[in-house]
Design a protein around this ligand. Structure first.
Ligand code: GDP
Length: 478
């Protein structure tokens, strides 16, 4: 996710240390680090080998900044030649003790788009290059200040759409993913090293019965990986929102419901059946839970070709949904369309809304219950009644302790999930090879594949550490 945005090549993506060495940075970069709006203060950040020199050129105060110790703050003025731009506080951090690991200067100036931009322009005029999005974090990674999962977590913190997602990103940032992955890698490396050493030195190291030990270990690792992979789906829910699809026959009040939830007239509400032919998507917050909510074409049997496409698409969306909100028009009798929908959503997470409770009702909860046993709420989308109950039900369904947020490690991005799945497949193969009585060097190939896949999550790769491990621990008697 992060790397797609930054257009980083695959060599950097793998994050090899050699790659990092080759990419030692010489340019000094600068950017506005606060939001571009009128606010109390604004921060311009400069990072790179010339950060202090550039600051010296534009700062007027009692002292020259470059002669000051690290982690000190200085009051003064920023000048563009003769023009004074703003009264500022300047913070100095010498590498490697800074976020990027490089010499860093932060200029705290008055907020306000014009002032902050003017200061950045002055910084750029005096020798820095404008940073690309995420470039400070990229440097932090290249300078070994954080691993890949932490770098991605930084981006996630910035993009967090709700408090749970934020909590999760913060925990990743602290390195919880990294610790877990590193522990697994260490384990894999140990066993690989052991087998390799035994093959090299059979006189001293025996592999008798080692298969059983290894199978046990691999099973444990598989279990742990499975757990992490499973969290990826919950993680996705927290990060991107629960995929929620509103279904119902035409005119049940689906668009009216979406409007009531979003609080704006987004969906077109009309009395002509079949107006919502495509799919509308909205991101909304209900009590801190993010929903990606989709209004779909009313589901009914139709001969109209365009409408039929909408109906089919609605069915597909419902198929993939995490949560389905089924809107029933309680002022009209249930018909074959309602029955078809109920049939379709039997095995899904569903909340049934008996809409139009403000009108005379023809449909009762009992009537629905005969066909579909799911939580039901009476609402009026038009009068906005029952919306609070809907919010509560959504919240309860997903956070009734089923998802624990505190100490769990959640995998929230697709790249990490894929790497975990790769590691899982490789370890499965190790298990199979042992059970099939294959020679030991077969295991090590798949073990190393798993090791490498896990390493791509944290940005480490094999190479030297394997060699060191083998020689430091197992190469005996020579
Ligand atoms: P959709 O086809 O399911 O998206 O239905 P709409 O949201 O377009 O609503 C169809 C018609 O039902 C419109 O005339 C709405 O004003 C009306 N409607 C929707 N919800 C309610 C409600 O709770 N009470 C009443 N009386 N009318 C409603």
């Amino acid at each position: 996710m992060f790397f797609e945005q930054e257009n980083i090549s695959s060599a950097e993506y793998a994050g090899t240390r050699e790659g990092a060495d080759m990419m030692k940075v010489t340019e000094t970069i600068a950017a506005i680090s606060t939001a571009m709006s009128d606010s109390g203060i604004g921060i311009v950040r400069i990072s790179g080998p010339d950060a202090f020199e550039i600051a010296d050129r534009i700062y007027k105060g009692k002292k020259t900044l470059s002669s000051q110790p690290s982690h000190t703050v200085h009051y003064g003025w920023i000048k563009d030649g003769e023009n004074t731009i703003d009264e500022v506080l300047v913070m100095l951090m010498r590498g490697p003790h800074s976020y990027t690991g490089e010499d860093t200067v932060e200029i705290d100036c008055h907020g306000g788009i014009f002032v902050v931009r003017k200061i950045l322009e002055t910084v750029l005029k005096n020798g820095a290059r404008a940073a690309e999005p995420g470039e400070f974090t990229k440097r932090a990674f290249l300078n070994g200040r954080m691993d890949l999962s932490q770098a991605e977590a930084v981006i996630d913190v910035i993009h967090s759409k709700n408090e749970y997602a934020l909590k999760n990103s913060v925990s990743q940032l602290k390195g919880s993913v990294q610790r877990k992955i590193s522990a697994m890698r260490e384990e894999i490396l140990y066993h690989t090293a052991y087998i390799e050493s035994a093959l090299d030195d059979p006189e001293h190291i025996s592999l008798d019965g080692y298969g059983d030990t290894l199978v046990e270990k691999v099973e444990e690792l598989l279990k742990e990986l499975k757990k992490l992979i499973d969290t990826a789906d919950n993680g996705r829910m927290m990060q991107e929102g629960i995929r929620t699809v509103i279904v119902g026959k035409p005119n049940a009040g689906k668009s009216s419901l979406l409007n009531a939830l979003v609080g704006e007239e987004r969906a077109i509400v009309t009395e002509i059946e079949g107006t919502t032919r495509d799919i509308l998507e909205e991101h909304i917050q209900l009590n801190g839970v993010s929903l990606n909510i989709m209004d779909t074409a009313g589901i009914r049997k139709t001969e109209d070709v365009v409408e039929k496409i909408g109906v089919d698409r609605a069915k597909n969306q419902a198929e993939d949904a995490d949560l389905i909100i089924f809107v029933v028009d309680s002022s009209r009798n249930l018909d074959e369309n309602d029955f078809e929908i109920m049939e379709m959503i039997q095995d899904k997470n569903v909340i049934v809304l008996l809409n139009k409770s403000d009108l005379e009702t023809k449909v009762t909860k009992e009537m629905i219950q005969e066909h579909l046993d799911k939580p039901m709420i009476e609402i009026s989308a038009k009068e906005e009644e029952g919306i609070y109950e809907l919010e509560q039900t959504v919240k309860e369904m997903f956070f009734r302790g089923e998802i624990a947020f505190n100490d769990e490690v959640y995998i929230t991005n697709v790249r990490q999930k894929e790497a975990l799945e790769q590691a899982f497949t490789s370890l499965k193969q190790v298990k199979r090879s042992i059970e099939d009585g294959m020679p030991e060097d077969f295991y090590t190939i798949d073990l190393m594949d798993a090791y490498e896949a896990l390493g791509s999550i944290t940005g480490e790769t094999i190479g030297e550490d394997l060699v060191n491990e083998i020689f430091s621990k197992f190469c005996m008697g020579k």
